[in-house]
Design a protein around this ligand. Sequence first.
Ligand SMILES: Cc1cc2nc3c(=O)[nH]c(=O)nc-3n(C[C@H](O)[C@H](O)[C@H](O)COP(=O)(O)OP(=O)(O)OC[C@H]3O[C@@H](n4cnc5c(N)ncnc54)[C@H](O)[C@@H]3O)c2cc1C
Length: 404
Amino acid sequence: MHYDYIIIGGGIVGLSTALQLQQRYPDHKILLLEKEDALARHQTGHNSGVIHSGIYYPPGSFKARFCRAGAAATVAYCEQRGIALRRPGKLIVACDQHELLRLEKLYTLSKSHGLATAWLSAGELNEQEPHIRGLAAILVDSTGIVDYREIVRQLARDFAALGGRIELNQEVISLAETRDAVQVRTARDEFATRFLLACGGLQSDRLARMLDLAVDFRIIPVRGEYYRLPEHRRDLVRRLIYPVPAPDMPFLGVHITPMIDGTITVGPNAVFAWRREAYDDIGKERPGRSVRDAVDSVTFSGFWRMGGKYWRFALGEAINSLSKRGYLKSVHKYCPELGVEDLQAYPAGVRAQAVTRDGSLVHDFLFAESPRTLHVCNAPSPAATSALPIGAHLCDKLAASGRY
Ligand SMILES: Cc1cc2nc3c(=O)[nH]c(=O)nc-3n(C[C@H](O)[C@H](O)[C@H](O)COP(=O)(O)OP(=O)(O)OC[C@H]3O[C@@H](n4cnc5c(N)ncnc54)[C@H](O)[C@@H]3O)c2cc1C
């Protein structure tokens, strides 16, 4: 079977890319391959559901550009397609003098991004959110919430309506690039395509390695564990409540998030993990893959260098993951009234975090390419918010290279 484009990955980045390609090239034959039996089974289906504003990211980075554009595009798409969405806004709360200094820098950054933010004193914070304490807070009005699985389902319907094809249960196991085409082999079939786009999330390094791309990173899984608050706590907060993030880490810290279905979650933490796809609902049945995941991590020199750099953070998160009391400490500093009895089980997610050979965590979105392939290598948060501009970026890269 011969296609013009094959996209690997039925997460939000793959679907966004597939739809926008089909919109640009309505006559082209486009196929999306997903290894699971449904779309959005990995990061896209296990996240906080936040439409981020883009406040944290350095000017000029892909994250800063795509997150701001993505927030607007996501809201517009949801409104157009009737997907439930709310914009309660969020508060970033500083609880000590160190955090206050970092909050001030964040406030300045928010203004340079042109975001509508407001500085709240301790009193104003307490007035807005009576259950939350802090020395000061930034209010980011535009932050929203949505169910990204709903967006993926709609993107898939729109893609199929334009003639695009999606095949589930098709795990790509090998790739071979020639001068004229890319051969794509799955466990069941073989396909050829003029051009390939890999949006494989937690498997992005393996997909790049199938083609021997000169990339210097490996995906290290970072588990994000959540709790759910009981029904009687549903009026605890009106807005999303975030701590000031730890310096130099790409994770935003355990936050309180009212979800679009009315649930309030607490989380996620960031625990360096051995398994890439072990969730509470899927992945348990794949012990062979878990061994491969662990071997891939420990045989990568960057993994050990990362341990040397971030061991203090990693150890703290690992300890708090084992004890609800430890976990609660990170929440108590801004919401002291929650107790261990308030933390109910909720499914975890696993972030695909690219780490380079020198042990650095890659903060920005990362792309790689060969003559007939484009790869999304690092697309952690806020890539769900940013998925529409990431898809447009990939389409633009194809068009600019004349390879469409
Ligand atoms: C705990 C957590 C909280 C987050 N919170 C937010 C948030 O609030 N807001 C936000 O914007 N972002 C958030 N993110 C980030 C966001 O969820 C991800 O950045 C985004 O979903 C990435 O989408 P993706 O399509 O690249 O990856 P994925 O959703 O992981 O999709 C990749 C797909 O590729 C498939 N695949 C991989 N290899 C193959 C293969 N060989 N053959 C066929 N198919 C393959 C996989 O099965 C998978 O379906 C969060 C992430 C986590 C984990």
